[in-house]
Design a protein around this ligand. Structure first.
Ligand code: ADP
Ligand code: MG
Length: 243
């Protein structure tokens, strides 16, 4: 059993305090939805946990079990089992998705993966996500549609097999079909070996992925936590009550 502990996390971006004491505990095997209005600090939480340098942790801690990751660099966090699928994935000109995926896997595994084994794995996962094999020749996120970017994030996750995945607005910019494929891709990876922090502004993706816990963020704090029913309540009543 592994647990991600976020305790009293304070985060400053460009000298402005955005997170004002976030407490969140996610056990491996659980899926927690983080909801809340635009600007409430959801992406800031995702970046801070993943170790983005622009997000300065000024108080509190991030741990996986006994391993303190509060001051760790992004690479060490990835090695510890954290994975971030960004709300706005960045383009990497000149780097093919194929090379990117192999490098990611080799960085996180003790031994480099053989070409054939790698290709077999990639093909299976790409078929599951209904991705065209030509995709592997394209540069990372360059000219990708919204749906392609999100599928690529889920493909990375399927190959890297993190212990804790942070999925930031994985539903944004997806039409109904793409949302279903991406959600099925996430559901296929859920299980006792994966903890998920599923960040979303809308309840739409929660029709496909039933979380174990739902948390509402407002103005840099988690202001309410509950079971999956809380999402339905938010759908009906909106976030205003927490503003
Ligand atoms: P959410 O994901 O919930 O919509 P964000 O975490 O993106 O919220 O943003 C929370 C607040 O932090 C907003 O006021 C936003 O303008 C600010 N913020 C986030 N990232 C940056 C950044 N890189 N530079 C400046 N301000 C930022
Ligand atoms: Mg966001």
């Amino acid at each position: 059993m592994s647990t991600l502990h976020i305790e009293d996390l304070h985060v400053t971006v460009e000298d402005k305090e955005i997170l004002k004491g976030v407490n969140l505990t996610i056990n491996k095997g659980e899926t927690h939805a983080i909801m809340g209005p635009n600007g409430s600090g959801k992406s800031t939480l995702a970046y801070a946990v993943a170790g983005h340098p622009a997000y300065e942790i000024t108080g509190g801690s991030i741990r996986i079990d006994d391993e303190d990751l509060t001051d760790a660099g992004p690479d060490d966090r990835a090695l510890a089992g954290l994975f971030l699928a960004m709300q706005y994935p960045v383009e990497i000109p000149g780097v093919s998705t194929l090379n990117f995926l192999r490098t990611a896997m080799n960085t996180l595994n003790d031994e480099p993966i053989g070409v054939r084994e790698f290709m077999d794995k990639v093909k299976v996962e790409m078929e599951n996500l209904k991705m065209n094999p030509e995709f592997l020749e394209r540069n990372v996120n360059e000219g990708f549609s919204g749906g392609e970017k999100k599928r690529f994030e889920i493909l990375q996750m399927a190959l890297v097999k993190p212990t804790f995945a942070i999925l930031d607005e994985t539903d944004s910019g997806l039409d109904v079909d793409a949302l279903r494929v991406v959600s099925e891709g996430i559901n296929a990876q859920r299980g006792p070996d994966l903890g998920v922090m599923l960040i979303t502004h809308y309840t739409r993706i929660l029709q496909y992925i039933t979380p174990d816990n739902v948390h509402v963020m407002s103005a840099g704090r988690i202001v309410k936590s509950g079971s999956a029913d809380l999402a339905a309540q938010l759908e009906a009543e909106g976030f205003e009550q927490f503003a």
